[in-house]
Design a protein around this ligand. Structure first.
Ligand code: PLP
Length: 383
């Protein structure tokens, strides 16, 4: 059987598949089983910010696994301690304590629980078109009947309001609201960038009513938008949810919390959360981000990318949006067929909703690679 047939036979068919078998990656390039090269503008949906095949992370994982690969958080661990300290030093404001887990959904699950236990209230307000993961708690916060309906009933107490609309949010807040949960740039929802003014007001309204503000940076974290954390450009949250690129491609999630967050001992735990192998990978990944100036690169290359995309003359394009190296091309028609055509031209991109082509390249992408991507997009979408 071919690789495709094996996966189709032995795995649940929950992922829409693209018909290539990827076997190797280096920097912003991917290679399939036939040796064909692709420029990666997906980065595993924002996981591979530091690029594929990074030696520093590979060595850190290798060395830590052989030293002590796992250490349940009931015991202390030097590498976990140093990572917690590092994250607290990098995080904006007073986000000085962390809970470690393994994925984005898990980070949001934890944040929802922490919000309820810290406030004694039950309701969480999230946004339409928001995406927070697909486990039962996170799914209740994720927008979209197509995701929720097969798994009803949802966790009670979750409400959705239109994104970037203060009046609707204020109207939804009540005495039982524990937290507001938002992305500062909606990723899956179509690369929609929030207004700074909106987020500042959300902060004020939350403070006035004793409501916590949770920002989900699972996709926007670690340089993606041109600052280490995207919220630095918008607002200071009470909890910051992280995952994807946190550990340079090794599974890890985290919730950074300020002093308003209180959780009883044993009320939330995770066997793998904060395991030394992932912690070593995260520390190494942050070293790479700093040494290679990837946050600055994201800002500069993102600006260049956006400018070059703006030069494409196309009747098919409705709008181009971007912050750092998180870019969206909204079309006037369905984007799926163009995603396929781009892959055939050696460019891997993502969809975000039905009509948006989303570009999330590794932050190590070069100007020459960006030029090749823009040329392929011009060829595919141009008039
Ligand atoms: C903003 C955001 N939150 C949460 C998630 C869920 O993360 P995971 O797939 O690791 O559970 C994602 C995944 O795309 C995301 O983009």
């Amino acid at each position: 059987m071919s690789i495709q047939q094996l996966e189709q036979t032995y795995e649940l068919a929950v992922y829409p598949r693209r018909d290539i078998v990827l076997v190797r990656g280096r920097g912003a390039r991917l290679f399939d089983e036939n040796g064909r090269e692709y420029i990666d503008c997906a980065a595993n949906v924002g996981v591979s910010n530091i690029g594929h095949g990074n030696q520093t992370v590979a060595r850190a994982v290798h060395d830590q696994y052989l030293t002590l690969g796992n250490c349940y958080s009931m015991f202390y661990s030097p590498v976990r301690a140093h990572l917690a300290q590092k994250l607290a030093s990098l995080a904006p404001g007073n986000l000085n304590r962390v809970f470690f887990c393994n994925s984005g959904a898990e980070a949001n699950e934890a944040a929802i629980k922490f919000a309820r236990s810290s406030t004694g209230r039950q309701e969480i307000i999230a946004a339409m078109r928001g995406f927070h993961g697909k486990t039962m708690g996170a799914l209740a916060a994720t927008w979209g009947p197509e995701y929720q309906k097969p798994f009803a009933p949802m966790l009670p107490g979750l409400k959705h309001v239109p994104y970037n609309n203060l009046a609707k949010l204020e109207a939804a807040l009540g005495d039982n609201t524990a937290a507001v949960l938002l992305e500062v740039v909606q990723g899956e929802g179509g690369v929609r960038i929030g207004d700074k003014g909106y987020f500042q007001k959300v902060r004020e309204v939350c403070d006035a009513q004793g409501v916590l503000l949770i920002i989900d940076e699972v996709q926007t974290g670690f340089g993606r938008t041109g600052t280490l954390f995207a919220c630095e450009q918008f607002v200071e949250p009470d909890m910051l949810c992280l995952a994807k690129s946190l550990a340079g491609g090794i599974p890890m999630g985290a919730v950074l919390c300020n002093d308003r967050i209180n959780v009883p001992v044993k009320s939330h735990t995770s066997t793998f959360g904060g395991n030394p192998t992932a912690c070593a990978a995260a520390l190494a990944s942050m070293e790479v981000i700093e040494k290679e100036g990837l946050v600055e690169k994201s800002r500069a290359r993102g600006k260049y990318f956006l400018q070059e995309l703006g030069r494409i003359e196309s009747n098919k394009i409705r709008e181009i949006r971007g912050l750092g190296l998180m870019l969206g091309i909204e079309l006037k028609e369905k984007a799926g067929p163009y995603v396929q055509q781009l892959m055939e031209k050696g460019i891997i991109v993502l969809l975000a909703g039905a009509t948006v082509i989303r570009l999330l390249p590794p932050l190590v992408i070069t100007r020459e690679e960006i030029d090749r991507v823009v040329a392929a997009l011009k060829d595919t979408l141009g008039d």
